[in-house]
Design a protein. Sequence first.
Length: 51
Amino acid sequence: MGITIYLFVILGKWLDVKFGNSGKVFLIVCTLFGVAISLYAVLKQIKKLNP
């Protein structure tokens, strides 16, 4: 879970630098997307444990 979020944070930082965005729009969006994907993966694994 942490690795996924970390990778999306790095992606957001890279996109902000690449597109010269003075704000942190890509960082915020990518971080939230990474958290959502991580939560989805955790919930999917929990469903497997509790049929």
